[in-house]
Design a binder for this molecule. Structure first.
Ligand SMILES: Nc1ncnc2c1ncn2[C@@H]1O[C@H](COP(=O)(O)OP(=O)(O)OP(=O)(O)O)[C@@H](O)[C@H]1O
Length: 345
């Protein structure tokens, strides 16, 4: 629904990135919305740099909202419930405002709420360190994982690649809830050519955040697909299934593509020689993979909390495959989780 800025009472700033600010807000009296609080994301298109594009974000969110409305009417699979729904928007000569339901927590908040701290006394220097302990049960991890796959299955079925799945963009009703909602379509891609902005074989590779980047992006593969989102969800699964809410990656991997590539190879093993999609990549041929020869770490080790669920470990293994065309899709992964005993977890 198109509205005006004056229809909202804008409250405190609750978030934002390089090009946008997100505010808590209330709808004014005559607006017919049911909830007392909303999140209003305000962006000035003039300030943006690619791949950020709020006009594209608006187009894409309207398309997704249309599909979500259709799903509601048809009372079908309801995959769209794990994706944020655009409630209203306004456009002025200088800014675009996008109105969403307000979520109280992101994945970091849910993790903090499920972390135990254990004090460890260090005999050598007398210091005390606090170790984090993951308090999630398997059913909680699987609930979050399934929700993320449902969300991805929905957006991918609509021809959308999110391109920035990471804990800051996964919201929850509260830190105590486990039903994830994917937000932030600010750098997303709509097939076939992102509304004329990027050709399918020359997409922008400077997408995604730190640890959550798929390996083909680090090797400048420009015709990547929605499988970049699958990789990101796999990394999130490693994070929430670890002993202490960490990934096996080195700290500097969050800021350096080269360090991240080394961490990926250390974790998932040296890529196979016949990794087709990167064969023509200059960065890959320049890299002497012999330096990095590593074997893949055991998946039981990578998914500590899920080690007794081999079906789940296998789904993860089939998601974290170098050749992105061989990576499991979100709908296939979901089907496999729902068709086996994991649905009772
Ligand atoms: N619906 C919402 N409810 C609650 N908080 C929200 C909501 N939407 C966004 N936020 C908060 O604002 C932050 C930024 O929102 P969003 O990611 O959409 O903007 P962005 O400009 O693309 O940010 P970034 O550049 O960090 O990705 C989110 O990480 C979240 O903390």
């Amino acid at each position: 629904m198109e509205t005006k800025k004056g229809d909202f009472e804008v409250g405190k700033r609750i978030g934002g990135g390089r090009f946008s600010d997100v505010y808590l807000c209330r709808a004014r009296g005559d607006m017919k919305f049911s909830s007392p609080e909303y999140a209003l994301k305000i962006t000035e298109p003039e300030d943006e740099l690619p791949p950020h594009n709020v006009k594209n974000e608006l187009k894409l969110l309207r398309k997704l909202a249309g599909a979500q409305d259709k799903e509601d009417k048809e009372n079908g699979t309801n995959l769209g419930r794990n994706v944020v729904r655009l409630i209203a928007f306004y456009q002025s000569p200088i800014e675009i405002g996008l109105l969403f339901p307000f979520y109280k927590s992101d994945l970091n908040g849910v993790i903090a709420n499920n972390t135990n701290l254990r004090s460890v006394f260090n005999l050598q220097d007398g210091t005390i360190t606090k170790n984090r302990i993951n308090n999630f049960g398997t059913s909680q991890i699987i609930q979050i994982f399934k929700g993320l796959l449902r969300g991805l299955a929905f957006i991918h079925s609509q021809g959308v690649i999110h391109r920035d799945i990471n804990p800051n963009n996964i919201m929850f009703e509260s830190p105590h809830e486990l039903e994830p909602v994917i937000i932030d379509f600010g750098i997303s891609y709509m097939e076939p050519d992102n509304n004329g902005l990027e050709k399918p074989d020359s997409k922008i590779t400077d997408i995604a955040t730190g640890y959550y980047k798929a390996p083909e992006l680090l090797l400048s593969v420009k015709d990547y697909t929605n499988k970049v989102d699958i990789w990101s969800v796999g990394v999130i699964l490693m994070l929430i299934s670890s002993k202490d809410f960490t990934t096996p990656y080195s700290k500097d991997s969050a800021h350096s593509d080269l360090a991240l590539l080394a961490s990926i190879f250390n974790t998932f093993g040296t890529p196979p020689d016949d990794w087709q999609e990167v064969k023509s990549s200059r960065s890959y041929s320049a890299m002497n993979t012999a330096f990095f020869r590593k074997t893949r770490r055991s998946s039981e080790d990578l998914l500590f909390k899920l080690k007794d669920l081999p079906q789940c470990v296998q789904i993860f293994n089939d998601m974290m495959v170098y050749e992105s065309s061989c990576r499991l899709s979100a709908s296939e992964a979901l089907k496999r989780i729902e068709s086996d005993r994991l649905q009772n977890q």
